[in-house]
Design a protein around this ligand. Structure first.
Ligand code: KG4
Ligand code: ZN
Length: 381
């Protein structure tokens, strides 16, 4: 164990300042400072507020993580940081801090992809991920089905949401019901008291001619809003628990159905579910039930590791070190729309200039392919 890589990971892509420390697959520290309360009254994450909060929380959170892990920064084998995707200003704070620490300490720097980190975190809970891994990533900013033959370098998108992310749908429906932000945990709680079959809400993109692995939650969100409006207009009370349970059932029914289909079609006999929505109790129980029925092994990290945190970034960083993957250059950019096929970022090529991508770097102005997804839901998106 002592010769496994000791890595510190920094996550600032949204509203959580996360700093985690791992040794190989062992979690040593998971320190988090969240600005969620500062965003609650706006009903979504305000990017400038998040960036400022990261700036204030960064150094104390790093100190807290080192203390919790009982290690000295000098002992680290590397510093990993979320390079994207996420909110540009928020990412920049984390990337700048990682560079400063790595430079001052003389340690290698690893700029990694937020989504690949959401997959890799499961190693801290269930040990080495089998490869290829099938991953269903569901959070406030992304909903994707991914096939990962190599979690440190080869992640292939099979499908993604064509409109809202799953977590975004939870947040918006919670707003319609007047339940506050973030919506996922509170809908999860109400749904426990409700009847999931009370209202037949639509299942997006499940028709015979629809794309097999893509998702759509915008129609569902609208259907819930219309249903609630009609009810209020008629002067009836809204059965919040039944609406929450029926909405939640529509989301998790489609997510699990498509994920299992992807496993079967690709001959993969295990499924990993990650991202904030993977904390959902009904998603976990229905996925387990359906995986058991299909002979698929299910891996879902505990809820605290599903939502954004620094440990997941450290986990991917440690895997990169263990496999001898190249570190990032110190001119590593924060890339708000980093495609999920780019598990790590090598940094700008030596003589890059704006508008020109030397083939492996991230010069400005390059065309992103259609595979990446929008940044997290926030007031402006
Ligand atoms: O991964 P995450 O912490 O941040 C992003 O990368 O987006 O995910 C946050 C999202 C929010 O939309 C939140 O409502 C949702 O995850 N979420 C949940 C639950 N806990 C968090 N959704 C459904 N059920 C939950 N228990
Ligand atoms: Zn996330």
């Amino acid at each position: 164990m002592a010769d496994e890589p000791l890595v510190l990971g920094i996550e600032t892509s949204c509203d959580e300042t996360g700093v985690g420390i791992v040794r190989g697959h062992t979690l040593l520290a998971d320190a988090i400072a969240s600005s969620v309360d500062e965003h609650a009254r706006y009903g979504g994450v305000v990017p400038e507020v998040a960036s400022r909060a990261h700036l204030e929380a960064m150094v104390p959170t790093i100190r807290r993580a080192l203390k919790q892990a009982g290690v000295s920064a000098r002992d680290l084998d590397g510093i990993a940081v979320t390079a994207g995707p996420g909110l540009a200003g928020a990412l920049l704070v984390g990337v700048s801090a990682a560079k400063a620490y790595a430079y001052a300490l003389g340690k290698p720097l690893y700029g990694v992809n937020h989504l690949a980190s959401h997959i890799c975190v499961d190693q801290l809970e269930h040990g080495a991920l089998p490869e290829p891994t099938m991953a269903l990533l569901v959070s406030g900013g992304h909903s994707s089905l991914l096939l990962a033959p190599d979690i440190t370098g080869d992640v292939r998108p099979l499908g993604a949401t064509i409109d809202d992310a799953a977590g975004e749908a939870f947040d918006k429906v919670a707003r319609v019901l007047g339940l506050g932000f973030p919506g996922g945990p509170v809908i999860d709680r109400y749904a426990r008291e409700g009847d999931p079959a009370a209202i037949a809400f639509p299942r997006g993109l499940t028709g015979g001619r629809d794309p097999l692995y893509d998702f759509s939650f915008s129609g569902l969100k609208t259907a819930v809003a219309r249903w609630v409006e009609a009810r209020r207009r008629d002067g009836h009370e809204v059965p919040v628990a039944d609406v929450a349970a029926s909405f939640q059932e529509a989301v998790v029914d489609v997510l699990t159905r498509k994920a299992i289909r992807a496993c079967k079609d690709n001959g993969v006999d295990h499924l990993m579910i990650g991202g904030g929505v993977a904390a959902n109790s009904r998603l976990r129980s229905l996925a387990l039930e359906r995986c058991e029925g299909a002979g698929i092994r299910l891996r879902v990290p505990r809820p605290g590791l599903c939502t954004d945190n620094g440990a997941m970034v450290a986990a991917l960083g440690a895997e990169m070190v263990a496999r001898g993957r190249a570190a990032s250059a110190f001119d590593l950019p924060a890339d708000s729309s980093l495609p999920l096929t780019e598990v790590s970022v090598p940094g700008l090529p030596a003589q890059a200039h704006p508008g020109h991508d030397g083939g492996h770097g991230h010069a400005h102005g390059r065309d992103h392919d259609h595979l990446h997804e929008p940044v997290k839901g926030n007031l402006y998106g």
